[in-house]
Design a protein around this ligand. Structure first.
Ligand code: 5GP
Length: 237
């Protein structure tokens, strides 16, 4: 069977590019090696990151689909590209936290590494100019960013994804510290979109507590490329 034909670039973000295809329902999602942090004030390249994130996301989307979570993933096309369903992104980033780190540590003055009694869900309004501010359900409903029904699906699905991914990464000797999700509307349904990778998750080795994610880039810890390769190796093992 012939693969989809790539047509025009419709979006270029910090880490990915989207192209239209000959099928109006499908887009090609291309993973770049570019890395940014702190609202793109820090920029760099992580060699082979795009290849790692494409493969890691493919594995995770496949796992989630097999457990009944609808996603935008259609198929892996090549090293850096996957075919995805066209969605209208809900401009809310959903963060789930199992262990205190990053933004939560800063917001509440807590030490990184404290295990949370139960997972914490946060919503951030997806708006770079405002630095993705923390918002809650009431903001989302009052500003009609999403409906009550959509938000119920988004929160339930996010907690379900957390349970699936915590188990999965435990088998890989990794702690899923926290992660960010984005959802989209597709033919009247809410489905998971974007990517799930070391760019969007914090992953710590269970024994050594070594960080194996984008924090190595954000915090200049060195060994950035090796960390992405290590996660890919474990995810595919
Ligand atoms: P924090 O709020 O602590 O900075 O981030 C929480 C989690 O969500 C981390 O795993 C982080 O990688 C992910 N995350 C939050 N916002 C973004 C974002 O704008 N881009 C990416 N790639 N990941 C994000």
């Amino acid at each position: 069977m012939q693969g989809p034909t790539k047509k025009e670039k419709i979006y270029e973000g910090k880490a990915k590019i989207l192209y239209t295809t000959d099928n109006p329902d499908y887009l090609i999602q291309y993973f770049k090696d570019d890395a940014t942090a702190f609202d793109a004030t820090k920029r760099g390249t992580i060699l082979q990151k795009g290849v790692c994130n494409n493969r890691i996301s493919t594995k995770i989307f496949g796992l989630l689909e097999s457990k009944g979570v609808p996603t935008h993933f259609v198929e892996l096309l090549n090293d850096r590209e996957m075919l995805v369903k066209k969605v209208q992104i809900v401009p809310v980033e959903v963060t789930i936290r199992n262990i205190v780190a990053g933004g939560m540590s800063k917001l509440l003055g807590l030490e990184e590494g404290i295990a949370l009694e139960s997972p914490v869900l946060e919503y951030h309004y997806k708006e770079d100019k405002l630095h993705d501010p923390l918002i809650n359900d009431y903001h989302i409903l009052a500003l009609k960013i999403a409906s009550k029904e959509e938000l119920d699906v988004i929160s339930k699905t996010s907690f379900m994804i957390n349970e699936i991914l915590k188990d999965f990464f435990t088998q890989k000797n990794l702690d899923l510290v926290d992660f960010k999700l984005e959802f989209g509307r597709c033919k009247g349904k809410i489905i998971l979109a974007d990517e799930i990778s070391p760019d969007t998750c914090r992953l710590w080795d269970k024994d050594t507590r070594q960080k194996l994610d984008k924090d190595r880039f954000r915090r200049d810890l060195g060994g950035v490329e090796d960390a992405y390769q290590e996660v890919l190796k474990r995810v595919l093992s």
